[in-house]
Design a protein around this ligand. Structure first.
Ligand SMILES: Nc1nc2c(ncn2[C@@H]2O[C@H](COP(=O)(O)OP(=O)(O)OP(=O)(O)O)[C@@H](O)[C@H]2O)c(=O)[nH]1
Ligand SMILES: [Mg+2]
Length: 207
């Protein structure tokens, strides 16, 4: 969660209630990179807050490693309400070592649609959304793949899927909706992430 003070409260309320009807026990782990009031809002809730430096991949590496201290599976989702917490049962109900929530097409910014399109096209195969973060990770895939993922930015997401498939894990995909963020600003900068996407694509073809 990076500077999401406008949505943090609603997100947590909706997540907690969706978890209540879907899982017996759960723990909410939030890697936070913030210069706004996000952490202050989160401290009012029973959540594990991890202070992390900038980078979506950094946040996922630290957060998923922490999650391995508890029971698996591990459900991940964006915190700007673009991933609908009430749809988590769609991911929880299917089999697979890694379950991807494939997003419905929306009026997302062109740069993001372009990146997703290129990454999905390059990776090809049976899946339609390698860059979605709405996922269910099981312990075996986390233990095997997580220590090997190098991307520190948004390329963490497709790199993880690619490595999981390469190692023979069973990846499944279910459809989820994808409403646009209601408040706050995008943390997805093409400039900050381009090098990693390119490095990942070069690595995918030549290693
Ligand atoms: N801790 C942490 N979280 C991050 C970082 N970058 C992004 N996030 C979170 O990751 C999720 C996805 O980032 P977004 O900014 O929504 O990216 P996006 O969905 O491509 O962009 P929008 O269309 O504007 O929503 C959000 O919940 C962010 O708060 C980061 O550097 N650190
Ligand atoms: Mg978003």
């Amino acid at each position: 969660m990076r500077n999401e003070e406008e949505t943090a409260r609603t997100f947590l309320e909706r997540l907690t209630s969706a978890l209540g009807s879907n899982a017996k026990q759960w723990r909410i782990i939030i890697p936070v990179t913030a210069t706004d009031q996000t952490a202050a809002v989160l401290r009012r809730y029973p959540v594990v807050i991890l202070d992390v430096p900038p980078g979506l991949g950094v946040a996922y590496s630290v957060g998923l490693k922490k999650a391995l201290e508890y029971e698996s599976p591990v459900l991940t989702l964006d915190t700007d309400l673009s991933h609908v917490p009430e749809e988590m049962s769609r991911l929880l109900e299917v089999d697979g070592d890694l379950v991807l929530g494939a997003r419905a097409t929306t009026a997302a910014p062109l740069r993001r649609r372009l990146i997703s399109w290129i990454v999905n096209w390059v990776l090809g195969g049976a899946y339609s959304d390698y860059t979605s973060a709405y996922r269910l990770y099981t312990r075996p895939v986390l233990e095997d793949v997580l220590p090997r993922v190098k991307s520190q930015g948004f390329a963490f997401l497709p790199e993880f899927v690619f490595r999981a498939l390469h190692s023979g894990f069973r990846v499944t995909e279910v459809k989820v909706s994808f409403p646009s963020r209601v408040a706050g600003t995008s943390k997805m900068s093409l400039r900050a992430n381009l090098t990693e996407y390119l490095r990942f694509l070069v690595w995918r073809y030549f290693s």
